[in-house]
Design a protein around this ligand. Structure first.
Ligand code: ATP
Ligand code: MG
Length: 417
């Protein structure tokens, strides 16, 4: 099967030209060059994908260096894996040296050695991701499909290449669910059995790698579908027993998208919603399992601490300064999480009021203004600024003049008492 017309039809002319030239350069030095992975899958599916992954039977860094004049862009190299990235204009192309992998220990990174395209494809996660397209001039556009990827695409199946696949690298469990739900495919029955068998192998995967896969899930158009499937298969529970991919979550994710539309909600918001049902203790477990970076970890902690404030926040007697004091200091993403996830409509309204308005309100007078008004430097200044802040939050002063009058009033009172 030849895919050159699909390439021409679906990829931008600039990338097509680049691939042709790259194929010629590789050929001229006796190497073979291939387009591989997701982009081949998406070409066959007729879906847009501009992430080009190239594999050369030869030396990727060497080839990338020769292609610099063609792109006139930037090159980044990783000598340890013999891979390179070329970036120019809005394009980015990865070049790797064809390699085979051996897994010495489940879950650990494999040891790799240069090899043929066939072994390079064999180390991949699923048959639909294990196809290549030849780019050398004499074979340009030829599909290389050793493992039945095209058949599986046609039958909408996610299939591993061998029985030890999930044991070698259990992140593939998460990847499998992601492709299944994104493409509306099914895990092929034997693959599903292997997946279920190997769920405990998720314990062998480092926090960083699990977090990375979770991020990829949360970048999907409908992450909740992947999470729901993850719960159904007990995959989610293996990452953390308290995680749920239920209808509640789906609803909240949808509301998060509406809130941020037309852009996408930040991943942190999805993550805090996912963690929302957890207790403080359970949340700490999640933070350490995923090795979350400090700020994100704090956002999760904040989101869960605010849950305890929802009841006081629903009190009808509260004025704006009370609301301010209940919420200031928390990350705004954590507050937004609660405004989506909290049960009480009144509390939710107040959280929104804080995010939209209260957190920006500051008195017009500064410490310097107060000194100019004759207040001596010292703790009194801070105290007055605090009182002014409250007055402003509660709408008791509207202008700088109002604030000055109020301060003068306080000073006069003080002198008489
Ligand atoms: P996506 O559309 O999600 O980006 P992709 O297929 O491009 O899909 P990448 O994560 O960019 O996925 O990886 C590129 C290719 O590398 C995949 O198509 C797959 O062949 C291979 N790959 C990635 N991760 C793994 C893994 N954990 N095990 C085996 N092969 C992998
Ligand atoms: Mg990709």
């Amino acid at each position: 099967m030849n895919l050159s017309s699909k390439i021409e039809g679906q990829l931008p002319a600039e990338l097509v030209k680049f691939m042709r030239v790259a194929g010629e350069v590789a050929h001229s030095q006796g190497e073979s060059l291939y387009l591989v992975g997701g982009v081949v899958r998406d070409l066959l599916l007729g879906q847009t994908n501009l992430d080009l992954d190239l594999v050369v039977e030869g030396n990727a860094i060497n080839l990338a260096q020769q292609l610099i004049p063609v792109t006139q862009g930037k090159i980044t190299t990783h000598p340890r894996f013999n891979t390179a990235k070329l970036q120019w204009n809005k394009w980015s192309v990865d070049l790797a040296t064809a390699r085979s992998e051996t897994y010495v220990k489940p879950g650990a990174l494999p040891s790799v050695k240069p090899s043929s395209i066939d072994s390079d494809l064999f180390r991949r996660d699923f048959t639909i991701n294990a196809m290549a397209i030849h780019l050398n001039p004499s074979r340009y556009g030829e599909l290389i499909d050793r493992y039945g990827g095209k058949d599986d695409l046609e039958h909408k199946l996610i299939r591993v290449l061998h029985e030890k696949s999930f044991t070698d690298d259990a992140t593939r469990i998460l990847r499998g669910l992601r492709y299944e739900q994104r493409l509306d495919f099914q895990l092929e029955p034997a693959t599903l059995q292997l997946l279920k068998r190997d769920i405990p192998m998720l314990d062998t995967i480092s926090g960083d790698r699990i977090r990375h896969e979770l991020e990829l899930i949360l970048r999907e158009k409908y992450p909740e579908k992947v999470l729901r499937r993850g719960e159904e298969l007990n995959v989610l529970q293996r990452l953390h027993p308290g995680l749920k991919g239920n209808r509640w979550l789906a609803e909240k994710f949808e509301q998060a998208r509406q809130l941020y539309s037309p852009t996408l909600p930040p991943l942190g918001l999805y993550l805090t919603l996912l963690a929302y049902p957890l207790t403080n203790e359970e949340n700490e477990l999640l933070i350490s399992r995923l090795r979350l970076p400090k700020t994100l970890a704090q956002t999760l902690r904040d989101a869960i601490s605010i849950k305890a404030k929802l009841q006081p926040l629903a009190n009808p007697e509260l004025n704006p300064s009370n609301i301010y004091h209940l919420l200031h200091g928390y990350s705004s993403l954590a507050i937004t999480t609660n405004s989506l996830a909290g049960d009480s409509p009144v509390a939710r309204q107040r959280l929104q009021l804080f995010v939209d308005k209260l957190r920006y309100i500051k008195p017009a007078l500064t410490g310097d203004d107060l000194k100019r008004m004759g207040i001596p430097p010292g703790p009194r200044i801070k105290e007055i600024l605090h009182l002014l802040h409250e007055a402003k939050l509660d709408g008791k002063v509207a202008s700088k003049q109002n604030e000055e009058d109020l301060v003068r009033g306080w000073l006069a009172d003080n002198m008489t008492t």
